[in-house]
Design a protein around this ligand. Structure first.
Ligand code: PEP
Ligand code: MG
Length: 366
């Protein structure tokens, strides 16, 4: 990793004394978290927990959990995953040394977790002690024609609250353990994905608060934590005033918010977007640099309505745009508190944030 020392270090020192936007990183592995710290990240703005679930140590149990036909089966599989999940958070909290860590609860497009072939299905059948025919039927039942608009994000937490309960317990157990060992504060911020209504958030916040109360009682200690939400759907942006009654923070998931606002698949738009750019319909790829008239206006609306309800509502962005200088300038104008981007984009985000604070146009394209 390049060292941020010498002249570059001096420049970054000036940059940090000027900027008002905080810069966090999107990270879920210890390596990413260390890289983020090395480049000056002031916290983790997005830990995508579904990435942790693909780890070979637990993917079979994860498939077992998703394919289980009832709550008891899911809880049985979740109990196998929980120690790994707790350890994931212990590592992150230790590396981040008291800086805020925003952990997003599970948000997979479900098909990515389903067994892809017979060998994988047999592994799950063996681990679960279930007839393979039953698992095959369940696999078919879970198939979705459009998984990105399907059973993902908080919808998974609503239908299977035991998943979010396991994750919340793992977070609080890890936080208590690291706080005790290090003697320092640990600042978990728990984030719910793909929220569209206040009611979803309320139901899931109850699950999290209950898990916190149980862990704090069992450990004889407590710590501060926040529960907040991603804003990734136009409906969430428009109803932000109500959602802010239950959310301590908003983080704009502009990958999905772009997808849902433009009605364009984030996975399939490349070929025609190039033609759109050449024809001047979109000047930039809206998935790389914020579509300020459309997505940006929704961010502005959500920020205003959210802060009207809750003046100290913390606001951040964690989509790809969080590392793009032009988008960062927009985030400054709208009054966000932080941007979160991939670890290697942290230095450029720090610089862009300083330029935004000075009102200097950034010619740097990421
Ligand atoms: C987003 O949608 O912008 C986001 C950060 O979440 P993900 O990319 O994991 O869907
Ligand atoms: Mg998203």
């Amino acid at each position: 990793q390049p060292e941020l020392t010498g002249d570059f270090g001096t420049l970054m020192g000036w940059v940090d004394s000027i900027r008002t936007l905080k810069v966090r990183a999107n990270a879920e592995t210890p390596l990413d978290a260390r890289t983020a710290r090395h480049f000056g990240a002031e916290g983790i703005g997005l830990c995508r927990t579904e990435h942790m679930f693909f780890d070979p140590s637990r993917i079979i149990a994860v498939r077992e959990m998703i394919l289980a036909s009832d709550e008891e089966g899911r809880r049985h599989a979740l109990a196998k995953i929980q120690p790994y999940q707790k350890n994931d958070f212990v590592e992150l909290f230790e590396i981040m040394q008291g800086l805020p860590v925003t952990i997003r609860l599970l948000d997979p497009p479900l098909h990515e977790f389903l067994p892809g072939n017979d060998a994988e299905m047999e592994e799950v059948a063996r681990a679960a002690g279930t007839d393979i025919a039953v698992l095959r039927a369940r696999n078919t039942q879970l198939h979705e024609a459009n998984p990105m608009l399907g059973h993902r994000g908080c919808r998974l937490g609503i239908t299977y609250p035991e998943i979010y309960e396991m994750q919340a317990r793992a977070i609080f157990e890890a936080a208590v353990e690291v706080a005790r060992k290090s003697g320092k504060t640990v600042s978990p911020e728990i984030m719910i994905p793909l929220v569209g209504t206040k009611k979803e958030l309320d139901l899931l916040k109850e699950v999290i608060d209950r898990a916190a109360a149980e862990v704090f009682k069992a450990s004889g200690t407590t710590l501060d934590y926040l529960v907040g939400t991603m804003i990734e759907l136009p409906r969430a942006a428009l109803t932000a005033g109500a959602i802010a009654e239950s959310a301590a923070f908003f983080s704009f998931g502009t990958n999905d918010l772009t997808q849902t606002t433009l009605g364009m698949s984030r996975d399939d738009s490349g070929p025609f977007l190039e033609v759109y750019r050449q024809r001047g319909i979109y000047e930039h790829d809206p998935f790389a640099s914020l579509d300020q008239e459309g997505v940006g206006e929704l961010i502005q609306i959500a920020a205003e309505r959210g802060r009207k309800t809750r003046p100290n509502l913390k606001l951040g962005i964690c989509g790809e745009h969080g590392g793009d200088p032009a988008s960062i300038a927009f985030c400054q104008r709208v009054g966000l508190d932080y941007v979160s981007c991939s670890p290697y984009r942290v230095p450029i985000a720090r610089l862009a944030a300083a330029q935004a604070a000075l009102g200097v146009r950034s010619d740097t394209t990421a």
